[in-house]
Design a protein around this ligand. Structure first.
Ligand code: GAL
Length: 688
């Protein structure tokens, strides 16, 4: 994680700005509008390579100098991107070997973006060069808020350069061919390799890939992209620039990075988050993204991009209401973001994303649609003190930890898993969603990290569990922790090899159970549990080996068998959930576990009133973010001041005196409040 927390002097507000798409008159109008909305930060140059280096070794920075000059005079800072996510046409034509190759051998061409072979020497060389040129020119500019290296690393290449680099990576990982053959179980289907040169990246083949090869390739791709990012970072530092360096991760539908190792190499972790959920679950999604990112960062982070106006679904973009845009922007900040940045500042008139929402819509900055942008700018200015972190670095105190590791995502993505529709993404998210619905704060935890501060640790679908991680979980429980492990966890080691003798082999003793059979359910099939819960999609046959039964299957394929168990060990307990519960049952199950572990919601009763309450701790005080996603008006009482409206809350004594319930701070649907309270202080919410 970054060694020093990223603490800008104010909350960063603005977004991707592409002046190269517009005439100079528009630049001047942009600056005026930015000032009106209190924009203080833009991201420049994300896809500007062909304008910055129109032909190999020829640089044209004047236009960018001019744009930066205008911004700086207006007091607007900038992230400067290295433009390497979109190599220009001259590069492709000069280096056709640096184009990415799909598993089926298709070589991609320029014409879009993100078209590069990450391991191609010519691409790496050209990337280092442009990073150096930019760092030498802009590295000590006073308006520079940070470096934004590349954009959303994530193009996978299966071509010849990738093959060479993959073999090099495998030699380092395994040392000998024997070790690799053993790890990849190449005894199956005559895959035994006689030399490293025989090994290929996973390419289109007759039937199923080798899962160990597939997951190693994903790990390699993450490491290879990280190495490319570090090379650019080193060029920037080599040129003498000391500005913080980041690269923007991407969620939620695809994942090509092992985020914990990436975070160690960055000065600040940043992420782009595009909502894909139009209903209320979208707010849970904002919280999920934010908790993940804060946990990877180990502190404050930057929300680099979000969509001001749209929620992107497969069929169309759903409109985001202005109220939701503001609530969501504050949702990220509540959970540690130091920014509300958007893609993009002004909606493009042409090009592939001309219909994507932006802060300035096609209708222009005089249109009423711009007013909520101005309103957000005012709110951010009013709450800016939240950026200072507390001395102990704990921004959002959480008593629940949820394990996360990309290895399990990638393993569950390989075909022919026990159940191909149960995805790691949804398994982790549904656990997180349960706590969000209960108003309980959560962190995300790296396997093997210090988990002592969590009363409850949840392990959803962590299919890959090494002996070391299993021992670490055991220590956690013995020391008094409450552990919840779900189906699909601990089924394989880090080489996707199944532990024998009953599932989940490495966790059997800890859980006090042996699972003997996986029982995927038919679509639409529901199985009742004895505690009233409803299982869909997945059940298991298991027997206990010392664990007590908390619930049994009440019907279905294994009626009467244990479904949920609890094993007491040392000072703690380990609960095993063998069935995929529907969301309401999962909510009830996890809430009961949280209560048993002594975990409380941030503001009791808030979630039931439709208010998301998040405690963000600051240098001097705590800030309670209250985001009203519900419909009915609520009143807030307590000791504190709402920074958004400047309202001083009436104290608890007024409330205890039973007097004026019409006093206090009132929140209607869509309202937000950020209440500064004394350290550890709370508020009370009542229906109005
Ligand atoms: C992001 C990307 C932006 C823009 C946005 C909207 O992934 O970084 O440049 O393309 O998506 O699609």
């Amino acid at each position: 994680m970054p060694s020093v927390p990223y603490v800008p002097s104010q909350l960063l507000f603005g977004g991707d700005y592409n002046p190269e798409q517009w005439p100079r008159e528009t630049w001047r109008e942009d600056i005026e509008l930015m000032r009106r909305a209190r924009v203080n930060t833009v991201t420049l140059g994300v896809f500007s390579w062909s304008r910055l280096e129109p032909s190999e070794g020829v640089y044209e920075l004047d236009w960018l100098d001019e744009a930066i000059e205008l911004l700086t005079r207006a007091g607007i800072g900038f992230f400067l991107s290295t433009p390497t996510a979109s190599p220009p046409p001259w590069f492709t034509l000069a280096h056709p070997d640096a184009m990415p190759v799909r598993p089926d051998g298709t070589v991609l061409s320029h014409g879009s973006r993100d078209t590069y072979a990450i391991s191609a020497p010519a691409y790496r060389e050209a990337s280092r060069r442009i990073a150096r040129v930019l760092a030498e020119h802009y590295g000590d500019h006073p308006g520079l808020r940070g470096w934004h290296v590349h954009n959303e690393y994530g193009t996978l290449d299966h071509g010849p350069h990738a093959a060479v680099a993959f073999r090099r990576w495998l030699r380092e990982r395994y040392g000998t061919l024997e070790a690799l053959n053993e790890a990849w179980t190449t005894g199956f289907w005559s895959q035994r390799y006689g030399s490293f040169e025989q090994i290929l990246p996973p390419r289109t083949t007759q039937y199923l890939d080798n899962p160990a090869q597939a997951v190693d390739f994903r790990r390699f791709c993450s490491d290879e992209m990280l190495a490319a990012m570090c090379e650019q970072r080193d060029q920037i530092r080599g040129a003498g620039s000391s500005a913080p360096i980041t690269t923007n991760f991407m969620l939620p539908t695809w994942n090509h990075l092992e985020q914990w190792s990436w975070a160690e190499e960055l000065d600040v972790v940043s992420i782009d988050h595009y909502l894909d959920t139009p209903g209320p679950d979208g707010e849970a999604h904002v919280a999920y993204c934010s908790d993940l990112t804060r946990s990877w960062a180990g502190g404050p982070w930057v929300l680099m991009e979000q969509n001001a106006r749209g929620i992107i679904m497969a069929d169309r973009t759903h409109a985001k209401t202005p109220g939701r845009m503001i609530r969501n922007a504050l949702g990220y900040i509540a959970r540690g973001s130091q920014s509300a940045l958007f893609f993009q500042w002004r909606a493009s008139a042409g090009g592939a994303e001309q219909w994507h929402g932006a802060l300035v819509p096609h209708a222009g900055g005089e249109d009423e649609q711009f007013e909520p942008v101005v309103e957000l700018g005012c709110i951010l200015e009013a709450i800016s003190e939240v950026t200072s972190p507390p001395a102990d670095g704990v921004l959002n105190p959480a008593e629940v930890g949820i394990l996360w590791h990309a290895d399990s995502w990638w393993t569950l993505e390989t075909p022919s898993m026990p159940h191909d529709s149960l995805t790691y993404r949804e398994e982790v998210r549904s656990a997180h969603r349960s706590f969000w619905r209960a108003g309980i704060a959560t962190d995300v935890v790296r396997p093997g990290a210090d988990a002592g501060r969590y009363r409850l640790l949840v392990v959803p679908a962590l299919i890959v569990v090494s002996d070391e991680v299993a021992a670490w979980l055991r220590e956690y429980v013995e020391a008094g922790g409450h552990l919840v492990v779900t189906y699909l966890s601990g089924l394989t080691d880090e080489h996707q090899r199944v532990g024998l003798g009953g599932y989940p082999a490495v966790l059997r003793d800890l859980l006090g159970v042996t699972v003997t059979q996986h029982l995927p359910l038919e679509d639409g099939q529901q199985v009742a549990l004895s505690d009233g819960a409803v299982a869909t999609q997945w059940a298991e046959r298991m027997r206990t080996r010392g664990a007590e039964v908390l619930a049994a299957y009440a019907d279905g394929p294994v009626t009467g068998s244990p479904a949920i168990t609890q094993n007491r060990l040392g000072a703690g307990r380990a609960v095993y959930l063998s069935a995929h519960l529907d969301q309401d049952s999962r909510d009830a199950f996890l809430l009961a576990r949280a209560q048993a572990a002594g975990v409380s919601p941030v503001v009791p009763g808030a979630a039931a009133l439709g208010v998301e309450a998040v405690r963000r701790r600051g240098a001097e005080a705590d800030h309670l973010f209250l985001l009203h996603h519900g419909r009915e008006d609520v009143t807030v009482h307590g000791t504190g001041v709402d920074l958004v409206t400047g309202t001083q809350l009436p104290g608890r004594t007024d409330l205890a005196g039973g007097t004026d319930r019409r006093g206090g701070l009132h929140l209607a649907a869509d309202d937000v409040a950020v209440v500064r309270v004394p350290r550890g202080g709370g508020v009370e919410l009542t229906a109005r």
